[in-house]
Design a protein around this ligand. Structure first.
Ligand code: FDA
Length: 305
């Protein structure tokens, strides 16, 4: 973690919420379902696929899961009304009660996955911090036995990920590979940029070589260049992998070149009222955003998704 990121983590509690709100405008489609759908249409028009996420996480009271469940139901139904839309959905299990009771969460998740299956919609389970990695994988693996429309996320910074990925390989699981966003201790997670990159490459190539579908989720130019060359050299078909990026990260020019090259690129589109935690994480991850936000007062960036 750079000194700027460390500083950002320390001062986050005193950053005014109004500033975080400005940050959120970069990374979030808007507060309403209509804002989210509108953003998917815009990105589909430019050749991107999408995955939609209803913002919210870490619910600690069973009753509070009713709201995200309702919002996901509405989202799935709304997507069903727009047959031309190319999108899946992404879900955080702590939003459905994983921190409270795993069986309760499983029941909630089943409601989402069943409704999605009826609409032929793919559901990706996001990966959260290491306190819930095992439970998240358990729920995913349980759902794999019953539903075909489900995928998971593996974080390259965790030491355990190689073993997890090998097991998932045996299950033919659809995996999104990312670096990992949460702060994790050195006894369970790689800390240095180079070692995380090395593990990302190791895991990604292992999965691609096995011929199992992989979503490569990174904005790191080094990794993107490396995977592009690897995929070209090995003649890996475009229905075996996709690239993924977060809404608002300024790498449109690279992603457009991937699309022109015949690759699929999916954008993660969060929307909803609970923008604070997600936007704070983006700010900690990349303090440069503070600069983008200030710059945006004066002009628009042309390279933004
Ligand atoms: P890195 O952080 O090194 O960034 C590479 C470059 O990209 C930076 O130098 C910067 O220029 C630019 N950049 C990166 N982030 C930026 C930002 N927010 N704003 C502006 N520029 C930025 N994590 C997790 O733990 N669980 C999950 O389920 C997911 N899901 C997920 C889905 C998708 C589609 C993506 C792309 C990412 C995730 N992540 C995630 C987040 C992931 O773990 C990681 O934290 C971020 O992608 C940042 O890491 P990079 O690989 O982009 O590299």
């Amino acid at each position: 973690m750079s000194w700027l990121n460390k500083l950002m983590v320390q001062i986050m509690p005193v950053i005014p919420k109004s500033f975080i709100r400005l940050v959120s405008k970069h990374y979030i489609a808007g507060e309403s379902l209509e804002d989210g759908i509108q953003k998917v249409y815009e990105l589909n028009d430019r050749g991107y696929l999408a995955t939609m996420d209803v913002l919210g996480e870490s619910i600690t009271n069973k009753q509070d899961t009713e709201k995200p469940l309702r919002l996901y139901r509405e989202l799935i139904q709304e997507i069903g009304k727009h047959p031309g839309l190319s999108t899946g959905i992404s879900v955080k299990l702590t939003q459905l009660g994983l921190d409270i009771d795993k069986e309760f969460c499983w029941d909630n998740f089943q409601q989402i996955i069943e409704l999605s299956e009826e609409s032929d919609l793919f559901v990706r389970i996001d990966m959260e911090d290491s306190a819930v990695t095992s439970d998240t994988l358990d729920i995913f693996e349980r759902s794999l036995g019953r539903y075909a429309n489900v995928g998971i996320v593996i974080q390259a910074y965790l030491h355990r990920s190689e073993d997890d990925l090998k097991r998932l390989m045996g299950l033919d699981a659809n995996v999104r590979l990312c670096k990992g966003i949460y702060r994790e201790p050195a006894d369970i997670a790689y800390q240095g940029k180079e070692e995380i990159r090395r593990n990302f490459l190791l895991l990604g190539k292992m999965y691609l070589d096995a011929g199992i579908y992989l979503a490569i989720a990174t904005h790191d130019q080094f990794l993107l260049d490396h995977f592009r060359t690897y995929i070209d050299n090995k003649n890996i078909a475009s229905d075996q992998y996709e690239y993924q990026a977060l809404l608002g990260v300024p790498i449109d020019h690279i992603l457009q070149s991937f699309i022109e090259n015949g690759s699929n690129v999916r954008i993660y589109i969060p929307f909803g009222e609970d923008w604070y935690a997600y936007s704070s994480r983006r700010l900690k991850e990349n303090p440069d955003i503070a600069g983008y936000v200030i710059r945006d007062f004066f002009k628009k960036s042309d390279n933004k998704l």
